[in-house]
Design a protein around this ligand. Structure first.
Ligand SMILES: Nc1nc2c(ncn2[C@@H]2O[C@H](COP(=O)(O)OP(=O)(O)OP(=O)(O)O)[C@@H](O)[C@H]2O)c(=O)[nH]1
Ligand SMILES: [Mg+2]
Length: 238
């Protein structure tokens, strides 16, 4: 091995990023989008005993994690190791081991599911408790996923931002389905850990242009009628 190669290895930074959040909020989908630029519509809950994915299983997914490596940032000096934590594992025995030592933690919720947002507080508490003895606490961020389902949104932008402000977290919106902002979020998280200021070009490098659906209102045009039974005209919209 040449001296140059040794230097390269010595300089490589490996970041541990844990992806937390309720079951079905889209953590695995976000990790898959990040690492493989792919998306799967089927919801897989992990079967711990069988150690393999099983669609639509109702078994608990406690204490399972998978490791994915994705692209780095800042000229590939950093390698991001992403730990995808099963959403059911918040009370699991192994949760401390998964979270401890992380450089960054993403708390993912589903913008169409209010309880997944309400539980972000619990995830935040767990992450802070587990990492409180770390020399350097992880960079924790809030990630609202499934923004492609805008019409089904249950958590407003105001609520999202005020939670983030209240807890001093950076906040992001992504869609694992369309890929919108997924890479950018990981890149920004890694850059913040490494204290790298990304240029606008770096930040916008993966913006995905999504063809919006045109919503047609198929109802009959509303009729404007006048109630003539009274002395004053009353308009009613039917
Ligand atoms: N519309 C839409 N659906 C998504 C998105 N991300 C994930 N999903 C769907 O949401 C379901 C759950 O996604 P997962 O990635 O398995 O969720 P998870 O957070 O890993 O769930 P657990 O592993 O059980 O904790 C799947 O059916 C996905 O296809 C998204 O951005 N938009
Ligand atoms: Mg998962």
């Amino acid at each position: 091995m040449s001296d140059d190669e040794v230097d390269q290895i010595a300089e490589e930074v490996v970041l541990k990023i844990v992806v937390c959040g309720d079951g079905s909020s889209g953590k695995t989908s976000i990790c898959t989008r990040f690492a493989k630029d792919d998306f799967d519509r089927t919801y897989y809950q992990r079967d711990v005993d069988a150690q393999k994915d099983t669609p639509n299983r109702t078994r608990d997914t406690t204490e399972t994690q998978e490791q994915l490596t994705g692209v780095g940032c800042a000229d590939n000096e950093a390698r991001q190791t992403v730990w995808d934590i099963g959403g059911q594992s918040i009370a699991g025995e192994m949760i401390d081991k998964y979270i401890y030592g992380s450089h960054a933690a993403m708390i993912v919720y589903d913008v169409t599911n209010i309880s997944s947002f309400d539980n972000c507080q619990d995830w935040l508490n767990v992450i802070r408790r587990v990492t409180k003895t770390q020399e350097k606490p992880p960079n924790i961020v809030l990630v609202g996923n499934k923004v492609d389902e805008e019409r089904l949104r249950k958590v407003s932008v105001d609520v999202h931002c005020s939670f983030a402000r209240q807890h001093d977290l950076k906040a992001f919106y992504v869609s694992a389905k369309t890929g919108d902002s997924v890479l950018m979020t990981f890149r920004q998280v890694a850059a913040d850990v490494l204290k790298i200021v990304l240029t606008r070009v770096d930040q916008e490098a993966d913006i995905v242009i999504v063809q919006g659906e045109v919503a047609h209102d198929v109802r009959e045009p509303r009729k404007r009628t006048v109630d003539q039974s009274r002395s004053t005209a009353v308009c009613s919209i039917q």
